[in-house]
Design a protein around this ligand. Structure first.
Ligand code: NAD
Length: 486
């Protein structure tokens, strides 16, 4: 007999408690062997003065049980509250966000009756590093961090997922025509890892046309892997075009801990009315049951849920004839059908997997043991960012030319990435934030010492630098982008 598996549960905010109670009732009747520990996180905790939204005892429970079943959480607007979802994903290393999106025609109205996509979103990096600065009165920045191990982990996860689930194709979305280094690295790793899975078809689309295709011809996609922000957007688009954002569940997988939830938020507009669709959270629960080694219970619930839809029973967010019911009534309809199979939809069966098997797969040595990469790094120069709202580009250029020597030459000045010196165009719009690129004349003897001396000369010339960025070649390849027009 399967032992009770301890799991941590947060009922969540807004519609969270309603859909969680409905889902837990289904789990209980379906015979899920779980032993829940309830924690309080979210809005109440934020408003009590804890800006992370997660008290210490919640972390203790999560680290003890390693399985988290979570209702949606409200992040209060403003006030410096950090998103608790992002904090949990990053703190517990939940690097893979798995979001299946399936259409349920003819019982759920959708323009795309044959869609069955799994979006695999990188969950820790990219613009979600949360490193933002205001640098000048007019300019703010957000750092987009893409790493080789992070990209390799998620891409490999996508291929392993495809292999285990008998999927035929893995598509990658990036914007590497513009972000040649960051998205370029993700795409490069995708091509490298793909070679190890010759039986799986692969393709790559630039994110803008890729997203348009997901909205228009989603049946052409199978597994789709992408960096964090694109994945966030693409998975909501994909869920919505299946018929309702209330249908899809999501798994956040790490090497040690995993978190399961619905993809939607706390829907404050309908909270407390008892009308929310619990299906997204039910799908989160089904993924959790497979993950903790209870595939038969997962299949029982999934098949009863499909039969409920077939019988014309659904919540109000789904536009289709039949009977529109409230959250708990819908759950009771699922419970009544436990043990039954759908007749129009194909019944679901899940293979038995060892607990956590879905999270453990062979990483390459570069990710697993993280040896130092064998890379020759060559200092080429430095970008010095200045705040200036008085001098013209030519005046800044002339001042910097005069202090560049003996080790540097001033290569270019850009404003918002566009060349303004030497020989900029008067039509170019400029702000108060100037990137001044100095290149070493002799890179063989280049060190940080010359950069510090240069900064001292800039300081003495009454120019206000706000940050620097060193320019390197790695194994002879330029590790920085050229300015537009450089
Ligand atoms: P939302 O997903 O909560 O709601 C968007 C729209 O979809 C609303 O009209 C809502 O009524 C509807 N909807 C969502 N889930 C539904 C369901 N199960 N049944 C029927 N209709 C449903 O998105 P939002 O309004 O942008 O965000 C509300 C709050 O949720 C914010 O505080 C946001 O930060 C938070 N949020 C949390 C999570 C999470 O916890 N994982 C995810 C997204 C947003």
């Amino acid at each position: 007999m399967t032992q009770l598996r301890k799991i941590t549960i947060a009922r969540g905010d807004g519609i969270g408690p309603e859909i969680m109670d409905a889902t837990l009732k289904i789990l209980e009747h379906a015979g899920a062997k779980i032993d829940p520990e309830f924690i309080d996180i979210g809005e109440k905790v934020y408003l009590a003065g804890n800006s992370s939204g997660i008290p210490d005892e919640a972390w203790e429970s999560l680290r003890r049980t390693k399985i988290f079943f979570k209702g949606p959480i409200t992040t209060p607007q403003g006030g410096g509250y950090k998103s608790l979802n992002v904090t949990i994903r990053k703190t517990l290393g939940l690097y893979a966000n798995v979001r299946p999106n399936v259409s349920y025609a003819p019982f759920v109205e959708t323009k795309h009756p044959n869609m069955n996509i799994v979006i695999i979103r990188e969950n820790e990096e990219d613009l979600y590093a949360g490193i933002e600065h205001q640098q000048t009165p007019e300019v703010v920045q957000c750092l987009k961090l893409i790493t080789r191990p992070g990209s390799e982990k998620i891409v490999r996860y996508a291929f392993e997922y495809a292999r285990k689930n008998n999927r035929k194709k893995v598509t990658c979305f990036t914007k590497d025509n513009i972000m040649k280094l960051t998205d370029g690295l993700f795409h490069k790793v995708f091509k490298e890892v793909a070679k190890e899975y010759p039986e799986i078809e692969t393709e790559h689309w630039i994110i803008d046309i890729g997203m348009a295709k997901i909205a228009d011809t989603p049946q052409d996609f199978d597994v789709v892997v992408m960096p964090n922000l694109y994945g966030d957007i693409a998975s909501d688009v994909a869920a919505q075009v299946t018929g309702s954002v209330g249908l899809a569940g999501s798994a956040n997988i790490g090497d040690q801990v995993a978190m399961f939830e619905a993809i939607h938020g706390s829907a404050p507009d309908i909270a407390g009315k008892g009308i929310a669709n619990p299906s997204g959270l039910i799908h989160g629960a089904i993924m959790m049951l497979v993950h903790i080694g209870q595939p038969e219970v997962a299949a029982r619930i999934h098949n009863a849920w499909l039969k409920t839809l077939e019988d014309g029973i659904h919540t109000g967010d789904i536009s289709k004839g039949g009977k529109s019911v409230g959250t708990m009534e819908f759950a009771e309809a699922v419970i009544e059908r436990l043990g039954q199979n759908p007749s129009t939809y194909k019944p679901v069966a899940y293979k038995h997997a060892e607990p956590n098997e879905s999270a453990t797969f062979q990483l390459s040595p570069a990710v697993k043991d993280r040896p130092k990469l064998d890379v020759v790094r060559q200092l080429d120069g430095v970008d010095v960012f200045l705040f200036n709202n008085e001098l013209t580009p030519d005046e800044i250029g002339q001042k910097l030319e005069a202090l560049a020597g003996p080790h540097f030459k001033l290569a270019v000045i850009t404003n918002r990435g566009v060349k303004v010196y030497p020989q900029g165009f008067p039509e170019t719009f400029t702000t108060d934030h100037w990137r001044c690129r100095f290149e070493f004349i002799n890179t063989e003897s280049a060190t940080n010492k010359e950069i510090i001396d240069l900064l001292n000369r800039i300081q003495e010339a009454d120019l206000d630098f706000i940050k620097i960025e060193n320019l390197y070649k790695f194994n002879g390849e330029r590790g920085y982008s050229l300015g537009q027009g450089q």
